[in-house]
Ligand binder design. Structure first.
Ligand SMILES: O=C(O)CCC(=O)C(=O)O
Ligand SMILES: [Fe+2]
Length: 157
């Protein structure tokens, strides 16, 4: 079974790799989180989309780079519930590195981590990080992204 998602601001199709439809605005609590993010010295542009990904144990996300032609320079994800590893694979050299995403932590993708590496989350039920076993439970992440020019009308498939 595939992970469940909910999107606010715009729907992005991972399959078609483009923004398909303008959508309901972020909920009030989502805007409140964005406002909090904007108090950190990390984002130049205020995110206007939020995607919620829910990963049950056994679910992950394939290696990808968030479409550079669509989204801005910074991608921010807030992790909730279960920890997991996010693996970064360099598109040119294949070098990989994993980062532990702890509940209530932010991962911020900018520069090389945003553009030169693909990121992924495995389907493994147990992951090993620095000699520690990370047992995957249900994880929910909120990913905030900025789309410079969101479509005003639905884009046909
Ligand atoms: O779950 C996450 O933290 C990452 C989600 C992600 O990479 C995406 O939606 O593009
Ligand atoms: Fe991503």
């Amino acid at each position: 079974m595939k992970r469940r998602t909910q999107q606010y601001g715009c729907v992005f199709s991972y399959r078609h790799r483009k923004v398909m439809t303008p959508l309901a605005p972020l909920p009030t609590w989502g805007e409140a989180l964005v406002s909090q993010l904007m108090t950190l010295p990390i984002l130049d542009e205020r995110p206007n989309t939020m995607i919620i990904n829910e990963y049950e144990p056994g679910q992950g996300i394939m290696p990808h780079t968030d479409a550079p032609s669509i989204f801005g320079n910074a991608i921010v994800s807030l992790s909730l519930n279960s920890p997991c590893l996010m693996t970064f694979c360099h598109a040119g050299t294949g070098q990989t590195e994993s980062v532990l995403l702890e509940p209530r932590s932010l991962v911020i993708l900018t520069g090389p981590s945003r553009y030169d590496y693909k990121h992924s989350i495995s389907k493994d039920h147990v992951e090993v990080w620095n000699g520690h076993s990370i047992v995957r439970g249900r994880r929910v992440s909120l990913t905030f992204r900025y789309i410079p020019s969101p479509p005003r009308a639905p884009v046909p498939v």
